[in-house]
Ligand binder design. Sequence first.
Ligand code: PHE
Length: 460
Amino acid sequence: MHKKREHWATRAGFLLATAGSAIGLGSLWRFPYMAGENGGGYFVLLFIGFTFLIGLPVFMAELTMGRRSQRGPVLAFTELAKNSHIWRLVGWLAVITTFVILSYYLVISGWSLNYAFMSLNQFYKGKSYDEIVQVFDIVYKSPQMNVFWLFIFMIMTGGIVFGGVRKGIEKWSRILMPALFIILVGLFINSMTLSGAGQAFKFIFSPRGSALSATTVLNALGMAFFALSVGLGVLITYGSYMHSNDDIPKTALIIALLDISVSLLAALMIFPIIFTYGFQPQEGVGLIFKVLPVLFAQMPGALLISTVFFLLIVFTALTSTISLLEVLVATSMETFNWTRKKSAILASCAVFIFALPSALSGAGKFFPLWEKVYGKNFFETFDYLTGSWFLPLSGILTAVFVGWAISPEMRKKEFIEGSKYKWVYVPWLLILKYIAPLAIVLIILNKSNLVNIDAFFCRN
Ligand code: PHE
């Protein structure tokens, strides 16, 4: 017999919690830095295209799986495929990817918390631009600071998940998501008044031939999945707390639109600062932490703006870390029959331990040779591996699973249940069955140099 499953208290609560999972450091931290490193233009347009064409259908597929099975990813894949052991492995792939992403995501969340506290002391005051930028290097290289803030963030996330889905996740998302939106729009308007705004627009939206490569395409696909929280079982888990009268296509579309808006707002807020003050778009993982304080330092009310901004980043990060930890907790509750409390404690400890090498990456303390061998430090390696490889892989498998492996009647019934947009079913299925798998396979093959799509398109 199943234990009775908790469900979202209200429809708005579900929407906000899912939006809270989607919107987070992916949009505010990862998207701007990836856009910078991948040369803007094509990367951004591909990101938008992939979000709607592939990310969104897989998003709906995950919600459908979750609501149908009332399970977390491992059991959802297993039971919907009539106890197939192979599909069970795919469920585990999603869970492992979640575990790894959560581990380094917590480290960046910890930086945000650290910056919120430093903002209270106006750490940028009286410093030159260069000195403000260097604060990030100090933070990045300090083992104590990284481990301390990681620990605090883990406790916050663990505490909320420990309290349960409704009380914890839903309540916080209701308050914090709207607040974030307002401050983002304010900062975006402010950035539009800077002299570098025009150049920023050009960088972000104008595609230039040189920047298009298989790597850019794969990175954009991974980024679209990352920003939507697709490919990790998060949406399967959240879908399992949905009611049968919730509208799957509508929810998914609203969230994709919100997610894209926040990502673009973040980029349009940051790149004008970069061009106005002469920074490089390729600053890498520290981009927002280095660049934003330079702007804050010159604004009236800097203390308030900078503190509130970093606090809001903390909160959006928190609504995402909660969703990631919830996957691990739901999975251990179901597979090992543990209680929620025991699962939350053990999962938090395991994630914390695995996060330590990422937290110590900047200091070069753990695996000091890692960077020499792999060309990226521990933290960057895992960001790249999971963000650009595991996510597309697990996304394609989810598309294939829902497109081909589960019962068609059940799929259709579950998808259209509670929805006013029943016509979406046919195009959705076409994408899941053919377009998404094909696109993802081509991109992965191209990236691994087995076929060369670039050469095909770029022949002179
Ligand atoms: N989508 C979240 C973000 O943009 C990150 C995330 C990925 C959260 C996958 C959950 C699952 O920050």
